[in-house]
Design a protein around this ligand. Structure first.
Ligand code: ADP
Length: 457
């Protein structure tokens, strides 16, 4: 499914970008070609003005002068006396002469075909000279020409000089420019396709991974739920057939397994809330030392049961209030302490400690949800910064390979060494809570063996 989506996204991204690029290229070509054309026409007009001025000043139009002008500006000159071509137009090659005659005729036809002379042609007057310029396409040579007709005299002695400028070179230039753009656009579309494939791949990667994780989560959750549920069902079945005095035992099993299912479902709900960004974190000014003390007192009996020495280390100076969700942070500490007690053998040692990082930090009062307490507490909120809670044990420790995975959902280092109430969700919940507080949670080896979990917020 992801391959199809990947392909579609690539086509969409590359297609849209390519269409925009092609439209922009076409706009550029249009503007540039118009500019080239106008510049060429302007240059032609300027040349005609110069030629007209020169003609004005000459009493005799010499063929030599015309030939020189022809050679200079790539022009074709035709001299007509009362509409009859002069000998000047005759060339040595009769074929060339025929071609020229046809061109002259076509230019005359084009001039006659102009619907409105004043509106269609450019008219200039130089003393006794009039000249006008227009453009036409020669059907015989299939080439566009700029044409100017310079007229001298009137009535019976009308001398006309027809000047033709072929746009073949300009057309060639425009054609080359179009081909260049086409090649550039093709190369760009190809590159865009490759880049789009690459980038949409990067974009889709986390989505694909997420989907895989979700599938794994559902599979693991079903697997974890199946065990207590089958125990409940078989205990219920046995309870039905058991004598009254033995039923109590089965009921206790059903109750305990029911509690397991309930705690597992609560954990899964917490994680699903975190995934859908509905993780409730209600920050309020919190006395961290009191919070740690409460956690310590709650876990001391459990530690004592295993003859584990649980100690608490707090900073000596008075602590500021920290903007955290006390319930959630207590939950993190509980997860860490519960794990430490579970994975530390009898007569082990566990230390819960709090370190304050002294930084110049002004807590933002608007971060707190409990607005009533703001005014009263604002004085003591002026400093704080980061703090670290750590839980260090001298238990079985965690290998480097497992350190990377223990925050994954349902991951347990060795299922056999976990007790029944460990589903492999504790650390992933702790991770989400710490993340929601903008903090970090890490694990490293403790000095002398065991593990040390640190939460910095
Ligand atoms: P669980 O509920 O199974 O403890 P967690 O997510 O809390 O799940 O922990 C994941 C795994 O990390 C555990 O199964 C255990 O193997 C390992 N682990 C966690 N804390 C410790 C610890 N203090 N010492 C050794 N291993 C630990």
């Amino acid at each position: 499914m992801f391959k199809k989506v990947h392909l579609r996204l690539t086509l969409l991204c590359a297609g849209i970008t390519a269409v925009i690029m092609i439209i922009m290229s076409l706009c550029y070509l249009y503007v540039s070609e118009r500019g080239l054309y106008q510049n060429q026409f302007q240059a032609f007009q300027n040349d005609i003005n110069t030629i007209s001025t020169n003609l004005e000043q000459q009493t005799v139009i010499s063929m030599e002068w015309l030939s020189k002008m022809e050679a200079q500006g790539n022009y074709r000159f035709f001299v007509l006396d009362n509409g009859v071509p002069f000998l000047y137009n005759q060339l040595n090659d009769p074929e060339e002469t025929r071609k020229n005659d046809r061109l002259l005729l076509e230019s005359r036809d084009a001039l006659n075909a102009l619907p409105d002379m004043a509106a269609s042609v450019n008219v200039g007057i130089n003393g006794t000279l009039t000249h006008f310029e227009y453009e036409f396409t020669s059907p015989s040579t299939e080439t566009e020409y700029f044409c100017s007709v310079i007229r001298m005299g009137t009535g019976n002695s009308l001398l006309e000089i027809v000047v033709l400028f072929s746009l073949r070179r300009l057309e060639q230039q425009i054609r080359e420019q179009r081909i260049r753009f086409l090649l550039i656009d093709l190369a760009a579309v190809l590159l865009l396709g490759i880049f789009a494939w690459f980038f949409t791949g990067i974009l889709l990667k986390p989505i694909a991974e997420n989907q895989q994780k979700q599938a794994l989560f559902v599979a693991s959750a079903s697997h974890e739920l199946r065990t207590p549920l089958s125990v409940i069902l078989s205990a219920a079945e046995c309870c039905r057939n058991a004598p009254f005095e033995k039923q109590e035992g089965f009921i206790r099993t059903i109750y305990q397994e029911g509690l397991r299912v309930s705690s597992l479902v609560t954990d899964m709900l917490t994680l699903s809330q975190s995934d859908s960004h509905r993780f409730p974190v209600r920050k309020e000014p919190t006395e961290l030392d009191t919070l740690l003390m409460n956690s310590y007192e709650a876990f001391e009996p459990l530690a004592q049961e295993k003859s584990i020495l649980l100690s608490l280390r707090l900073p000596e100076e008075a602590l500021p209030l920290y903007p955290v969700d006390p319930e959630r942070i207590s939950q993190v500490i509980a997860i860490l302490l519960h794990n430490a007690i579970s994975y530390t053998p009898e007569h082990g040692r566990i230390t819960l400690s709090l370190t304050r990082h002294k930084e110049n930090f002004t807590a933002k009062i608007k971060d707190f949800h409990n607005t009533d307490s703001h005014a009263a507490l604002s004085g003591s909120l002026s400093t704080g910064g980061r703090f670290t809670v750590s839980v260090t044990d001298n238990g079985i420790g965690i290998s480097d390979a497992d350190k990377k995975k223990i925050f994954d959902r349902f991951y347990r280092v060795e299922k056999s060494r976990s007790t029944k109430d460990h589903f492999g969700l504790g650390l992933s919940i702790a991770y989400e809570i710490v993340k929601a507080h903008g903090g970090t949670i890490m694990v490293k080896d403790a000095k002398g063996g065991g593990s040390c979990f640190t939460v910095t917020i």
